[in-house]
Design a protein. Structure first.
Length: 72
C-alpha cells in the first residue's frame, strides 16, 4: 500500500527535523574544540549535516508545492 500524501509530508517533516537536530549537535560540538584535528573532523561533519538539512528542506518544500491546489 502506498503512503498517503499526509504520511509522506509527515515523513519529510520528520526528516527535516532530524537533520536540523544533527546540524545543531555538530555545530555545538565544533564550538568546544577549536584548533584541533578533531575540530577539523567536526567541521566536516557540520558541513555534511548542513548539506543534508538543506536537501531535506528542499524536498519538503517541493512536496508542499505539489500539495497545493492549482489557482485559476
Amino acid at each position: 500500500m502506498e503512503p498517503t500524501r499526509e504520511e509522506l509530508l509527515a515523513h519529510l517533516a520528520k526528516d527535516v527535523f532530524n537533520k536540523r537536530q544533527r546540524l545543531l549537535q555538530a555545530g555545538q560540538a565544533s564550538v568546544h574544540m577549536p584548533g584541533s584535528e578533531a575540530a577539523q573532523a567536526l567541521e566536516a561533519e557540520y558541513r555534511s549535516a548542513e548539506l543534508e538539512y538543506a536537501q531535506a528542506r528542499a524536498a519538503f518544500a517541493r512536496a508542499m508545492k505539489l500539495d497545493k491546489p492549482a489557482v485559476g
